[in-house]
Design a protein around this ligand. Structure first.
Ligand SMILES: [Fe+2]
Length: 230
């Protein structure tokens, strides 16, 4: 792609479509998850690829507004927060990997961007993650599989973790709180395509499916957040 080496517009911070309608953020995004060529070839390891916010923008010339990232609610109210569930703990460590040393499980890298409602990439957005370990257990005394990070100047983030295990009553999921500077917190969850329990978990919302690809023995996943801020 001939805009591969271009950088985001320094003045606006907003990616602009490339010569063939490929947005700069799409190119940035592709570079972030580039490991396996399969990532760029469409299709997923476990079902159809959900649309990413950046693709929605790239595919609609002149379309500037995106739907806010849905919480696991029916979505009639503007970005209503979903219950965080019983296992959130404040004051998680700041780190890009929440994998405890020696923890067993399937490697999972989650990356994406955080955008405002007008598609502006949002820098310094707090992402506070928590999840079950490979056995479906939360660490409620310490901070195993808990951590927070901030988006970069281009709105990007990458989290290194392991695929969370299942526990009774829920499908496979990650928890996250997303907060742009001085804005309200979006509490949400991310899901995995092709999970049988996606059909029966009443909290599951297909709008929160990640695009998950096999990467050797591990998984790479992509998801873009869109916050209801301009
Ligand atoms: Fe949970």
């Amino acid at each position: 792609m001939d805009d591969e080496t271009r950088t985001p517009d320094a003045a606006s911070g907003a990616p602009k479509p490339g010569p063939r309608g490929v947005s700069r953020k799409a190119v940035l995004r592709a570079a972030m998850v580039a490991g396996p060529a399969a990532v760029l070839m469409g299709g997923t390891a476990a079902g159809a690829a959900p649309a990413l916010a950046r693709e929605a923008r790239a595919g609609k010339d002149g379309e500037q507004r995106l739907e806010p990232t849905p919480t696991c609610d029916d979505g009639d109210d503007p970005t209503p927060p979903q219950t965080e569930g019983p296992y959130f703990k404040p004051n998680s460590p700041r780190r890009d990997s929440i994998v405890p040393p020696g923890a067993p499980g399937t490697r999972l890298k989650v990356s994406g961007f955080v955008f405002g409602i007008t598609c502006r990439p949002l820098a310094n957005v707090l992402l506070d993650w928590w999840q079950a370990d490979a056995y479906g257990q939360y660490d409620n005394t310490g901070y195993r599989f808990r951590g927070h990070q901030f988006t970069g100047a281009d709105g990007s983030f990458t989290l290194t973790t392991l695929r969370p295990g299942l526990y009774p009553g829920r499908t496979r999921h990650l928890h996250v709180k997303v907060q742009a500077p001085n804005q309200r917190i979006l509490t949400s969850q991310l899901y995995f395509p092709g999970e049988p329990r996606n059909q029966t978990d009443p909290i599951f919302d297909s709008r929160l499916l990640m695009n998950v690809q096999q990467d050797g023995s591990g998984l790479v996943a992509a998801f873009d957040f869109v916050l209801n801020v301009s």
